[in-house]
Design a protein around this ligand. Structure first.
Ligand code: ATP
Ligand code: MG
Length: 570
């Protein structure tokens, strides 16, 4: 393919609204165009790379025995009503009406229509198990679409659904999908970890997320380098802490702490460490004010907190609420002497603190030498902080590490939630009706493309892994004036194309420097430069991922490029 004919435009400037590298590079390399917030079109180069990812997903799904079909993206409201999700999805669901006033939505995920299809097709245990999948646009009116196709409102998902006669069957289907997912993400050259998404359940395999390690990931993950344990920050349980048995309880004192606003200022003033301070934060949880205490150096994990209360709506208490309940300005809340009886919950670590500092519920005052039991008693002692670096692994006890991740896939044992709601049953050997046991499995295909870039770039642009590169080789003649150069570049291009490689030739009337910059930006894995030495039969061979430029003959360069493509397939 000639670069001069390519429908593509590259851009030097970093687009101002693109916060993360993959988003910036996808726009700069001209892979996609924004139509509206979180809605993009793919240009030919971007679509080629996208289709490579899609092809890998499809191949591995087919290999795993899943059958592909395609559902409508526009779905009648009734489909989601029986399961209760028509309401549950809330504003995230794109809704529309036809000219007759009938309600529809743009499918956000397809458990319901798949369940209906299987219900209407399969009667007997003899026709189970079955795993079905589709690769299709999904629509979610995300509260904060951002990061390009990482969190968009129209995105491509591969969603698969398995139907089994019993739990053992589901376990097998689930494992089968899990293995296929590993192959897919390996082939995309992604460094990922499998994270437990089971709420509470330790080491359970009821739901797992595939997380691509990335500093810009929206999820914080605690993982154990010693064993295979990994969980989202809010799912990783923090341990109970033993309170010391023998210690001297010092008399509680009220200390004037004028003008201290932050924990740092307070600690400086008190000549203490944050670990000697228990902060008390007030929340309004479904209309009730609750005081939550964690050690001064820790953060409250709002997911854990919300789960403790099964909360629907949870916010930090307002200034007015804080003043009403504590009788003080914000920043001086504590567990002793609250003006209203409210629930006080303390994190495990707080329960093990002795002679510590808390707010005095009086503006500009703190208490020191506070002790649980003598000075106040929490209503509940719970796990309410997020896991941190060094916390003991709940599986093996060794210290855990933290990283951030982009969720590219999610596998989930659904059980009979949807089959019960939609009456998706089969007849067993005895002719008895049973609900099918379901699993669902999603991959964000478009998000995966962005995640690949997040892990494969440098200051000059994208470095596509061969498996998903839009083109595998780019031939760059440094001039169009020298006949020997033009001829040799053309021959290399033709020979590679004949051998089945996907090749670009940069035949534009541009300076070599411009061509190199663009080749680097769009990230083509192999570059063959044809220049001055063409007359001697020599070219320059360079891998995008490396810095070495090797001089060789045209034939050697062709062979090296083909070998590079072949090796990547293994
Ligand atoms: P998230 O927590 O990121 O919102 P989710 O839990 O809503 O994800 P699922 O419903 O499990 O996601 O969807 C399956 C997969 O679809 C996800 O693992 C992710 O890769 C992808 N995905 C979900 N939402 C989006 C989105 N807004 N843009 C792009 N991909 C998405
Ligand atoms: Mg979501």
């Amino acid at each position: 393919m000639r670069v001069s004919k390519l429908f593509m435009s590259t851009q030097r400037e970093v687009p101002s609204d693109a916060e993360i590298v993959s988003h910036q590079l996808m726009l700069r390399a001209g892979l996609m165009r924004k139509a509206a917030a979180g809605i993009y079109s793919y240009m030919p180069m971007g679509y080629r790379a996208y289709r490579k990812v899609e092809a890998i997903v499809r191949e591995e799904m087919d290999r795993a025995g899943a059958q592909e079909l395609i559902m409508p993206a526009v779905l009648p409201a009734e489909t989601y009503m029986a399961s209760g999700r028509w309401e549950k999805f809330g504003p995230e669901m794109f809704r529309l009406k036809d000219r007759g006033g009938r309600q529809f939505c743009l499918g956000p995920t397809h458990e319901e229509p798949f369940t209906e299809a299987v219900r209407d097709t399969i009667r007997s245990y003899r026709n189970l198990p079955v795993t079905l999948y589709q690769i299709q646009h999904k629509y979610r009116d995300e509260k904060r679409p951002r990061f390009g196709v990482v969190r968009s409102r129209e995105f491509v998902m591969k969603d698969a659904y398995s139907f089994d006669v019993d739990e053992a069957g589901l376990d097998k289907s689930y494992l089968n999908m899990k293995e296929a997912y590993c192959k897919i993400f390996d082939r995309c050259d992604l460094d990922y970890i499998l994270v437990d998404a089971d709420s509470g359940a330790m080491g359970g395999s009821g739901s797992q997320e595939f997380m691509v390690k990335s500093a810009v990931g929206e999820d914080a993950i605690a993982y154990c380098p010693a064993c295979d344990y990994a969980a989202n920050e809010e799912k990783a349980p923090c341990p109970k802490v033993e309170a010391p048995k023998d210690f001297e309880m010092l008399p509680m004192e009220k200390i004037e702490t004028p003008h201290v606003k932050t924990i740092e200022e307070l600690m400086e003033f008190m000549h203490s460490e944050p670990t000697a301070f228990a902060k008390t934060i007030l929340y309004n949880i479904d209309g009730k004010i609750v005081a939550v205490m964690v050690r001064g150096d820790r953060e409250i994990n709002e997911t854990k907190l919300g789960n403790l209360f099964d909360a629907t709506e949870m916010n930090l208490a307002s200034f007015e609420e804080v003043e009403r309940v504590t009788g003080a300005a914000v920043g001086f809340a504590g567990p002793c002497g609250l003006k209203e009886k409210i629930e006080v919950i303390a994190d495990y670590e707080v329960a093990a603190m002795t002679n510590f500092i808390v707010g005095a519920n009086e503006t500009d005052f703190h208490f020191k030498n506070v002790n649980i039991g003598r000075d106040f008693t929490p209503d509940r002692i719970v796990d309410v902080r997020g896991a941190v670096e060094g916390d003991p692994c709940p599986k093996c006890g060794k210290p855990m590490s933290m990283c951030r991740g982009i969720e590219v896939g999610h596998i989930f044992k659904l059980g009979t939630k949807y089959s019960d709601a939609l009456h998706c049953v089969y007849l067993d050997k005895d002719g008895k009706e049973n609900s099918m046991i379901m699993g669902c499995y999603g991959i964000g295909v478009s998000r995966t493309l962005a995640a690949i870039i997040e892990q494969h770039y440098d200051e000059n642009g994208i470095i596509w892994p061969m498996s998903v590169a839009p083109y595998q080789v780019i031939v760059v003649p440094t001039t169009s004036q020298d006949e020997a150069v033009v001829k040799m570049a053309g021959e290399i291009h033709d020979a590679l194309e004949k051998a089945g490689a996907e090749v670009l030739i940069d035949d534009r009337e541009e300076r070599a420097g411009v061509k190199f910059k663009d080749a680097d930006l769009i990230g083509i894995p192999v570059r063959i430069t044809v220049g001055r030495k063409a007359a001697e039969g020599k070219v320059e061979y360079k891998l995008r991922a490396g810095s070495e430029v090797v001089e060789m003959t045209a034939e050697e360069a062709i062979a090296a490029a083909l070998k590079e493509i072949e090796t990547a397939k293994k």
